[in-house]
Design a protein around this ligand. Sequence first.
Ligand SMILES: Nc1ncnc2c1ncn2[C@@H]1O[C@H](COP(=O)(O)OP(=O)(O)OP(=O)(O)O)[C@@H](O)[C@H]1O
Ligand SMILES: [Mg+2]
Length: 311
Amino acid sequence: MNNLKSPRPVIQVSGIRKTYGRTVAIDEVSFEVNDGEIFGLIGPNGAGKTTTMECIEGIRTLDRGTISVLGLDPFRQVYKLQDRIGVQLQQAQLQKRIKVWEAIDLWASLYKKKPADAERLLDQLGLADKRDAWFMNLSGGQKQRLFIALALINDPEVVFLDELTTGLDPQARRAIWDLVRGIRERGKTVFLTTHLMEEAERLCDRVAIIERGRIIDIDTPQRLVDRHCPERTVVLATDDLTAEERFRAIPRIESLERSDMQFTIRGRGEDLVTEVIHCLSENRMRVTDFRMIVPNLEDVFLKLTGHSIRD
Ligand SMILES: Nc1ncnc2c1ncn2[C@@H]1O[C@H](COP(=O)(O)OP(=O)(O)OP(=O)(O)O)[C@@H](O)[C@H]1O
Ligand SMILES: [Mg+2]
């Protein structure tokens, strides 16, 4: 992350619109992606994520607006740009009987510049022992890792990953997240799309939420949660007879529910939890259960759109 340096945008998208016949896929989409960050475009199926990404890659023409990637116009200067970016397409496929090393070789031959060290890349992506395997015999996670390898073969400055972990099990997904973090560690910028809120939350430095072709908000996951969902809830159990009275005295509390020994305390702002803990310890209350409910990006999406991202 480049938090200490002033951010340098490597992707600048300004007021873009793209229609397919009568369908307005995206409209008035604007954002910037900074050098060295993992930026995620998140939204439900059909929101316009792939369309936005493909416009930035120079694969699609715009109806309106401008895009600059590494100072280039992605559509007019697509050949210049291709050497400097790496692309993994959603639902990419390869021939069944192409071997891992053949795919790598083929991809490397497509670029003018000297390819990255392929053996090292395969090693880093945990594919070294699969170099002679056919594509069709790779597991889902291995196929995705191969696509990452192909996206990195030209040692690009910006890497585009479209729904990289869809269809993978949680363990394979986590392994891929580590690889993507590794790409950032090597100083590259990552632009990715996902409809998995957990993925965005754990992986992305900043996210843009897109729905029905429009960006609703952009920020770090933490700031989005703080801004849109400041509610905090603490659920605890205590047999202390003075508990109810003491909890009511906490300044930040907005509501207090009680059922037997269990209390549900609601309020706003991250200090609520600290204040509850402080109250418990100051009054030496015995607690037999303590949970807190902290909202996440999923809740932000629900709040902003009125529906869950999976609907
Ligand atoms: N080539 C095309 N021709 C016509 N309509 C298209 C085309 N590509 C996309 N669309 C439409 O544009 C809208 C945005 O599609 P897009 O593929 O960008 O969404 P997405 O957010 O990537 O969705 P998903 O999560 O399913 O990948 C959808 O309504 C889709 O049906
Ligand atoms: Mg898509």
